[in-house]
Design a protein around this ligand. Structure first.
Ligand SMILES: N[C@@H](CCC(=O)N[C@@H](CS)C(=O)NCC(=O)O)C(=O)O
Length: 138
């Protein structure tokens, strides 16, 4: 298995933690730039991480983690209680689909450079509308 990621790639960190919890050996492939033709062969969206398994490229951190959890079920990453399991998934989606999507660098760059909103405090907005309410779930 090869994990394409780099330092400060928060989505990649999620996957790396899951691989370590499952004690799966993998090759760490540092991605200097996700926006190259070479890397886009692994991930056409130009996003990191990518987990390559037997020549197949898997994308989206939560999907990759689900694959890892099904591949090596022990120790399980989710609680067995169905309600707690659903709550855990909701928490993970709130991070990866909402907070992350608002604060990630490419969105901030787009808002500043393309949409002409240089003063848009998207990090603060993301924290306020997506992250802050999560405290109530802890
Ligand atoms: N929903 C994706 C998000 C991946 C994502 O946004 N990755 C960011 C870094 S955390 C990225 O690749 N940005 C492009 C770049 O940094 O060049 C996932 O969970 O895997």
């Amino acid at each position: 298995m090869k994990l394409y990621t780099r330092a400060q790639n928060s989505a990649g960190e999620r996957v790396r933690i899951a691989l370590h919890l499952k004690r799966i050996e993998f090759e760490y492939v540092p991605v200097v730039s996700a926006n190259t033709e070479e890397y886009r062969l692994h991930n056409p969206q130009g996003l990191i991480p990518t987990l390559e398994v037997d020549g197949v490229n898997l994308h989206q951190s939560l999907t990759i983690i689900e694959y890892i959890d099904e591949l090596i079920p022990d120790p399980p990453l989710l609680p067995s209680d169905l309600l707690l399991k659903a709550k855990s998934r909701a928490f993970a989606l709130a991070i990866s689909a909402e907070a992350h999507a608002l604060t990630v660098r490419r969105v901030r760059k787009y808002l500043t450079n393309q949409a002409g909103l240089p003063n848009c405090n998207v990090l603060g907005t993301g924290r306020t509308i997506a992250l802050a309410p999560l405290r109530a779930c802890l």
